[in-house]
Design a protein around this ligand. Sequence first.
Ligand code: CAP
Ligand code: MG
Length: 419
Amino acid sequence: MTTPQSYSDKYLHLGEKIDLDAHVVCVYKIKSTQMTMREAAAAIATEQSTGTWTEISTLKEENFLKRSGKVIEIEGNIAKIAFPEEDFSLDIGGVPQVLSIVAGNLFGLDSIEGVRLEDVIFPRSMLREFKGPKFGVEGLRKILKRPERPLVGTIVKPKIGLSPEETAAYVYEAGMGGLTNGKDDETLSNQRFCPLEERVVAIAEALDRVRSESGHIMIHAINVSTNGHQILEVAERAQELGASQIMVDVLTCGFGAVQVLAEDPSIKLPVHVHRTMHAAMTRNKDHGISMKVFAKLTRMCGGDALHIGTFGVGKMKGEATHDLVYRDMCLSPEVPYRPMMPVASGGLQPGMIPALIRIAGKDLQCQAGGGVSGHPLGVRGGAMAMSQAVEAGYLGLTAEEYAKDHRELRMALERWGSV
Ligand code: CAP
Ligand code: MG
């Protein structure tokens, strides 16, 4: 016999006026064949606040209204549930505790086949507890002395397998080809063939060489993703040895990892945020968590740049309309923090960049791994082609138009075509 999911009409407050300054409002898309929308929404509010699968004798009546989630709106398959601010614990608990309420057990309730957290709206008092990016769009532009153009970067490829010297040689070539950003790939850490400390030193030297030989500024994000008890120490060590940026995988390491790297006074570097594993939660449109929620939380926690997708042009699953929502979440004044740089990455190559910029705008970091190192002229040629493509996009020209006078871009188009 299965245990029925209990819900109570007491959690339904449809049409009632609630104080939005004292609640966290969650927007859920729900699919249930066993329950009505009212029942399913009430079941979520029950499970995520004061209830459980059966009536209990320990919930005091006087606490019920103060602590319970309230279903405040249902429209079609969308329900809004407001959780009292008092239910949250930011000093100890933080984003992990927030997620355990707004995105917790509810995903596994047997009687609800699908539920997707589309958005979370925090009251101002809670937003004030977060600091947001230290650098963000403006800070990165200032470091790179690049006030208007989109940033243009690469992910060192192959993902793993290069030595520190080979990695640094790649970065040097990329910098000489005009790229502003380099980064470790998400699977590169401290493997024996490429120890983190040696890599940091070699890359810092390469970037210094680029600057002294060409005057061009490039930064490179070192992947410091690791266990919670080590992350600060690893980031501090990377900084000490000359890292110009650090990278963290937000979903494998947790939002607390982003926050500590952004807020700890010892770290003075911008934080590039990768989202490896996100698609396990964001890809299914009927179940999981929207990237919008992850973007909002990352910005609250102080990420300076975040991968948000390639607006339907790259290799990763995505659609322009959705990615525009995530981009807006990085940049919009909806939350009281500096704008965070949206990063487009995944299967990009120069022939896609002007179209990408046309869709996504100029506050964007365009990034290509294979689209740089797969160029017929090698990394420098690929970096030049990417830089030319960004210039074309910035000027409002197509890749073909700009390629007429730019050999590297032309060669990229011959190899990969354009969109
Ligand atoms: C891109 C990339 C990035 C993905 C992540 C990769 O390499 O380094 O991790 O872009 O996707 O490993 O695939 P390529 P997202 O340029 O060679 O494809 O940004 O969507 O999280
Ligand atoms: Mg990668």
